[in-house]
Design a protein around this ligand. Structure first.
Ligand code: PHE
Ligand code: FE
Length: 289
């Protein structure tokens, strides 16, 4: 993790104390805007039958008056009108407490750079395409928008319990890699999936991964990996359900319990699971990861 390019210990030169920087929209090159357009086209075509209704409703606000990387002055006017959220530019990954503080105040920090052609299909660090295309559409949904605020507040609180690792799994398996059960079938709402061409297919169609009904404690016990497709996806019945169970639960006793419970290995199914797909894990075996 240390070899990420844009990771700093303190705000780098030119950044504010909260790590934000001016987006400086005018400084993106024509090639960088073209990269956004290319990624945008490819993902939005494929996602019309795969992404959650909430995501597809939100996607429209990224089609601003001109193509290319969205200008936050314009984007934020629409986003703010929808749910009071705004996007702020940051140089790269920010420390946990800084990140939570932004979320708790309805600010979503977005990496202020875009991937290169060699990174078209995969990069480890979140760029503006992942952060804005992946996260912003869901932030226009009122329930999800409130969930993200509560998550920021809960994140700050978790630091006091030394429980960040457990809470981070909740973010991973919902905000980044969550699936939702709609009337018309399973759909994607996780930003890590919707911003990935290959995982948008894999997450819904491949027989390899497990797809398991969401359970708060189960998720907080489950390990994950960051550098390849997931081996488990957790499925929520609705965004309101996700908001309700997390907001109405005091996590302090859960953190206490988690300290005495073993983690669940990455692809294991446990007895209490409500399994939608028991994955073959063939992808992992094939790829030898
Ligand atoms: N209710 C949680 C707590 O007591 C906070 C939280 C809300 C965490 C929403 C995640 C998502 O800490
Ligand atoms: Fe993300």
């Amino acid at each position: 993790m240390i070899d990420f390019q844009n990771v700093y210990d303190s705000p780098p030169d030119g950044a504010n104390a909260d790590w934000t920087i001016p987006q400086n929209w005018g400084a993106f090159s024509p090639d960088e805007h073209a990269m956004w357009d290319r990624l945008f086209q490819r993902q939005s075509n494929m996602l019309s039958s795969r992404a959650a209704d909430a995501f597809l409703r939100g996607l429209d606000i990224l089609k601003l008056s001109k193509p290319g990387i969205p200008d936050y002055r314009e984007l934020n006017a629409s986003l703010m009108a929808a749910t009071g959220w705004e996007v702020v530019a940051v140089p790269g990954l920010v420390p946990d407490d800084v990140f939570f503080e932004h979320l708790a105040n309805r600010r979503f920090p977005a990496g202020n750079f875009i991937r290169t052609l060699e990174q078209l299909d995969y990069l480890q660090e979140p760029d503006v395409f992942h952060d804005v295309f992946g996260h912003v559409p869901m932030l226009t949904d009122p329930a999800f928008a409130d969930y993200m605020v509560a998550y920021g507040q809960g994140g700050l609180r978790s630091l006091g319990f030394g429980a960040l690792d457990h809470l981070a799994r909740l973010y991973w398996y919902t905000v980044e890699f969550g699936l939702i059960q709609q009337r018309d079938g399973l759909r994607i709402y996780g930003a890590g999936i919707v911003s990935s061409f290959a995982e948008s297919v894999f997450a819904l169609d491949d027989p390899s991964p497990n797809r398991i009904n969401f359970d708060l404690m189960r998720v907080m016990r489950t390990e994950y990996r960051i550098s390849d497709f997931q081996q488990n996806y957790f499925v929520i019945p609705s965004l309101d359900h996700l908001l309700q169970v997390t907001v109405s639960t005091d996590f302090a006793p859960l953190y206490e319990k988690l300290e005495h419970m073993p983690d669940i290995a990455i692809a294991d199914i446990v007895e209490s699971d409500v399994v939608i797909t028991h994955g073959t894990q063939a992808y992992v075996k094939r790829a030898g990861h």
